[in-house]
Ligand binder design. Sequence first.
Ligand code: ADP
Length: 292
Amino acid sequence: MGVVAYAGIPLLTDDGHALGTCCVLDFKKRKWTEDEVEILVELTKAVMTEITLKSTTVRLEKETAAKDELISIAAHELKTPMTSMKAFAQIVQQKLMKKGEYEAVEDLKKIDQQINKVNKLITHLFDNSKKENDSSTSQKISTSINTIIHEVIEEFQSSGIKQTIKLHAAADYLVIADKERIVQVVNNLISNAIKYAPDAKKIDIQIESENTYVKVGITDYGLGIDQSQKNKIFERFYRIKETPLKKVAGMGLGLYISSNIIYNHKGTIGVESEKGNGSTFFFTLPLAGKIS
Ligand code: ADP
């Protein structure tokens, strides 16, 4: 090839495996200076760092995908027996009711509530797998955000919570959305408003339009959130450790999942809060129409 001068530094992995060389060539006779060799050594190190980083990223991505797949399968497998447990608990409840065994009915209700909790955890785990958050799998149709929120409120109120949830809306707003997913976001935000404000008597929900968006704000009158934690709480598995409340159940996934859903709808999510003075969690969605 007409090469006359050559200098090469081996590309060595940490365990001493040579991947090749990083080399320079010249077509005339020359002596490589100490500086040139030093530059070549540094360049080789930089190339090796880049190669190591790339392979680590690929390995981590594969591991995460495998973990997501495993979680997704496990959650799916758990859902089926939980559904029949719930159905049987309800059948037994009805039988006991007919026999007038009210104390046993109350005990079964507690079992039923615990089943609901496990179901919620399974749903969270399932939703946490990336595949489930993929926007390509969601079914978006034109729907009234007011109706969605109204239905979720009804469900909470009939479950016997002590807070009164009030809805304030100036108009009926239409959005293009995957209804089930938005129900899930509203469910998560209201559940948190109850969990982290156990002594409060009310929760206010405001729906309003802001330019080309509809904005939903869920206000509770509870713990509030310190400025330094406002962004972190949307991270996967993040929970605030310093809390005056003891043993609030959760996995730090609700807000992470909610934010993914909202981003998949091209909206935004956030919180306005002051520690000790309650919080307003809000999300926005592109507005598709408005009925005043
Ligand atoms: P989880 O409630 O399961 O821990 P989330 O992702 O829903 O998970 O919330 C993350 C954390 O953010 C919670 O652990 C809690 O510390 C804080 N948080 C969420 N909602 C509220 C709220 N309405 N008021 C105060 N803190 C909240």
